[in-house]
Design a protein around this ligand. Structure first.
Ligand code: CP3
Length: 366
């Protein structure tokens, strides 16, 4: 069993920097495209043996240090009574977008029985895998944006309008989604997922002020509950450099850094805001009527994941290596999981990804 990835998530020393790739199973792989000729994306998810096969593809082909269950952030919504479609080159589409409280009321608690194929695929995979398996979900804001806009959005006008005009409805929707995603993530861990990632892909479209008011309480509630599952949780926000400290405050054992952010700067910024109490000494002065608590702080560095620009994989080999080295040299090996700074793109050359994995594995080998 190669547990390098899990060790890195726990800030333990590792022999080399582990690497996996967001969206590592997908259209850039000829084998995936072949399977897609027979099955739609949702059909792959609904056939556990096909789902397991697709999940294993990048592990065998790329030699990455973790597998991520093949699914989509929309899949668990089926288990809450929301129907959707995933359209090629567009993304998730909702037939009846949420407009009012009546639509929010129709969303029910997450029912794992409706999507039990995911759990079946996870258990099957655990029997075969020699690397850890990551489960995942979308974050409430990202999911809410699809539900309200009815599909992908540029300016999130409908979403923000609900947020500002009907904050009670908004908070109710976020609360339902946060609870649903907790139940879905718990279900994945019970089936065998050994780590989790929460994708907040579109949250970067909010100001820090709005994140604090409309998102943070729900994310905190989600991450507090996730702690009870005792697996490492990665929190990834895309385009979210301006929200990094807030994302860290929300929770997560590992913070995913997008490709637009300088990872060294991210580490320094999060270091300052992630001091933990090392010891607490209680001083009681019996001759005076007061007691004092003295706290000693340890500066802990955040555990980071990231953050090569996915488009760099289209560059010549020497440029890919130079940019990869720059990331690896800019922060210590301990507490770093290498990844792209967003999902891998459809036309990426598989050979270049294989070289990247090999390069990362060799560069800082002890
Ligand atoms: O990493 C993996 O191997 C697991 C696979 C995975 C998929 N979706 C499968 C998929 C993961 C982790 C996701 C998460 C996801 N889905 C996110 C968060 C990650 C991110 O990139 O920010 C988001 C925002 C979605 C919504 C979604 N689904 C989009 C935007 C698209 C792309 C539409 C397109 O055709 O370009 C999808 C479809 C989708 N989900 C594909 C895959 C492999 C595209 C390929 C296909 O249609 O077969």
């Amino acid at each position: 069993m190669n547990d390098t990835f899990l060790r890195a998530c726990r800030n333990e020393t590792t022999e080399y920097t582990p690497i996996w790739i967001m969206r590592q199973a997908g259209r850039y792989q000829p084998e995936y495209r072949k399977i897609r000729e027979k099955y739609s994306l949702v059909e792959i998810c609904k056939h556990p043996e096909v789902c397991a096969e697709v999940t294993l593809l990048p592990v065998q082909q790329l030699k990455v240090d973790a597998a991520i269950i093949f699914s989509d952030i929309m899949v668990p919504l089926d288990g809450m009574g929301i129907s959707f479609e995933i359209k090629e080159n567009i993304g998730p589409v909702i037939q009846n977008p949420i407009k009012s409280i009546k639509d929010i009321d129709r969303i029910h608690d997450f029912d794992a029985n409706i999507i039990n194929y995911t759990g079946t695929a996870i258990s099957m995979l655990r029997r075969e895998l020699t690397v850890p398996l990551i489960g995942f979900s979308g974050a409430p804001f990202t999911l809410a944006s699809y539900l309200i806009e009815g599909g992908p959005s540029k300016n999130f006008i409908k979403t923000k309008t609900m947020m500002y005009s009907n904050p009670d409805d908004w908070h109710l929707l976020m609360n339902k989604l946060a609870n649903g995603m907790f139940e879905y993530l718990k279900y994945q861990v019970e089936a065998g997922a050994q780590a989790l990632q929460v994708f907040d892909s579109w949250v970067g479209n909010l100001t820090p002020d709005d994140y604090t008011t409309y998102i943070l309480p729900h994310m905190k509630a989600l991450f507090i509950q996730l702690k009870t599952l005792n697996v490492p949780v990665i929190h990834f926000g895309f385009n979210a450099s301006h929200l990094l400290e807030l994302i860290q405050q929300a929770g997560g054992d590992v913070i995913g850094i997008d490709w637009k952010t300088d990872i060294k700067e991210a580490r320094e910024r999060l270091n300052d805001s992630s001091r933990v109490i090392k010891s607490t000494k209680e001083h009681t002065y019996t001759h005076k009527l007061f007691s004092m608590t003295e706290q000693e702080y340890t500066k802990t560095f955040p555990i980071l994941q990231g953050n090569l620009d996915p488009v760099v994989l289209f560059a010549p080999q020497n440029i890919i290596e130079e940019k990869t080295k720059k990331i690896l040299d800019s922060i210590p090996q301990q507490g770093h999981i290498f990844n792209l700074g967003h999902g891998i793109l459809p036309n990426t050359d598989v050979a270049k990804v294989q070289d990247l994995v090999e390069f990362v594995h060799q560069y800082k080998r002890n």
